[in-house]
Ligand binder design. Structure first.
Ligand code: AMP
Length: 218
């Protein structure tokens, strides 16, 4: 099964995609996490993408699709994938469709997490992320302790979560990524989910729509 998580920055895609992957026994591929990890390592990919992430604009499609398609070819992706942050524009969506077609696979569902603009800006400006495993945290206990509850890593504010870059990222989202909502709606794959409220409430909304489509049978 192949599921795409779609939504604006701050909609909760990362957290919800990771939860869904665990629940469905699929592998999560998060393009943004892969880029940030490469930047932390300071490797060739990291050097190539650093400027784009700092500015809040999209990494060129050739780089992004190469990284994601290579990751998809790993053995742990054979059983299916939950995509978080990919595709981000129509070109990437087409490349993904073609790559899956070559393997006789298709995108099964697209979970679109809908959140209001004011809530997005609030969440992004408060968010901390684990430097090691990329788990995001909103305000709460872990937040004040400054340590990741999963791996003990240091929590930090993503450099692209400052207000100027957030505005740029939202602009990029509405211009380039939002047209994907129509693209997937046309193919009958779009599952719209209310993303307002706490993580658990949104998780329940997502489980509900996936259960209706018999992705989750329990
Ligand atoms: P994210 O963690 O999904 O918010 O992504 C952080 C940043 O990584 C974005 O602002 C882009 O600069 C870059 N990025 C992540 N995914 C993609 C993608 N599919 N295409 C292009 N750039 C991406």
């Amino acid at each position: 099964m192949y599921i795409v998580f779609l939504g604006a920055p701050g909609a909760g895609k990362g957290t919800q995609a990771a939860n869904a992957a665990r629940e469905l026994g699929l592998t999560a591929i998060a393009s943004g996490d892969m880029f940030r990890q490469a930047i932390e390592r300071g490797d060739r990919l990291g050097l190539k993408v650093k400027d784009y992430l700092e500015k809040g604009v999209l990494v060129p499609d050739e780089i992004t699709t190469e990284v994601v398609l290579e990751r998809m070819s790993s053995p742990d992706c054979r059983g299916g994938v939950v995509f978080d942050g990919f595709p981000r524009n129509l070109k990437q969506a087409e490349v993904l469709d073609e790559a899956l077609k070559r393997q006789n696979n298709i995108i099964d569902w697209v979970v679109y997490i809908k959140v209001s603009d004011t809530e997005l800006i609030k969440r992004l400006s408060e968010r901390l992320v684990c430097r090691k495993c990329q788990t995001p945290y909103g305000k709460g206990a872990a937040y004040t302790e400054g340590k990741c509850q999963k791996c003990g890593g240091e929590l930090y504010q993503r450099p692209d979560d400052n207000i100027e870059t957030v505005k740029e990222r939202l602009k990029v989202y509405f211009n380039k990524t939002a047209p994907l909502i129509e693209y997937y709606k046309k193919s009958g794959k779009l599952l719209e989910v209310d993303g307002e409220g706490g993580v658990d409430k949104v998780s329940r909304n997502i489980t509900g729509v996936l259960r209706k489509r018999e992705c989750i049978t329990r």
